[in-house]
Write a protein that binds this ligand. Structure first.
Ligand code: HEM
Length: 156
């Protein structure tokens, strides 16, 4: 199925046009997108580093996972609420950007891994150290790919 016409019509939506035609809307929304990224990075790294036996080693990983979860969810909501208008304003550029497709493919994998696999590993008291470390490292790698691909869209 040819997706280009869909992306062209997405770019012509009211929200897309409004962001593209404004001088300041794109940078302001992108700045909030980045603030969301810093919140996401903090919430992700606290648990992932703990799984790697680094960082807050005095705090049980279960407690860290529980306390960071609402912040993680808030960060993901901010990323979507700001990412969608950014995307709508430049949907055709995104269509032609390999980085955009890498990001859109890796994002659901990172979300699924974080909320289903890593959450279970972090909550279990019987996870072997090696599995915990591999889970933390995989989570960091997935989120680095999502963020790097997001940054790379700007170079397209
Ligand atoms: C939690 C998930 C996300 C992460 C970690 C993420 C990360 C990033 C990063 C690091 C940038 C570069 C910002 C800059 O250069 O100043 C970016 C830009 C962008 N993101 Fe996201 N993002 C996420 C979700 C989304 C979603 C859901 C969408 C929309 C469907 C989206 C669409 C965009 C667009 C269109 C840009 C602008 C690229 C440009 O500079 O032209 N992002 N994102």
């Amino acid at each position: 199925m040819e997706l280009l016409p869909l992306f062209e019509s997405l770019e012509s939506t009211g929200l897309g046009l409004m962001v593209r035609e404004s001088v300041w809307l794109f940078p302001v929304i992108e700045a909030v997108h980045l603030l969301g990224l810093s919140l996401l990075g903090g919430a992700v790294l606290l648990v992932d580093l703990r799984l790697l036996n680094r960082g807050l080693v005095g705090t049980p990983v279960q407690a860290l996972a529980t306390h960071t979860r609402p912040w993680l969810i808030a960060a993901v909501v901010v990323m979507f609420l700001t990412g969608v208008p950014l995307f709508l304003s430049e949907a055709v550029k995104c269509y032609y950007s390999p980085s955009f497709w890498v990001k859109m493919l890796t994002l659901p994998i990172a979300l699924g891994f974080t909320f289903f696999v890593r959450q279970r590993v972090a909550e279990s008291e019987t996870t072997p150290r090696g599995i915990a470390a591999m889970t933390g490292a995989t989570s960091i790698a997935l989120w680095v790919i999502v963020a790097a691909a997001g940054r790379w869209i700007g170079f397209s």
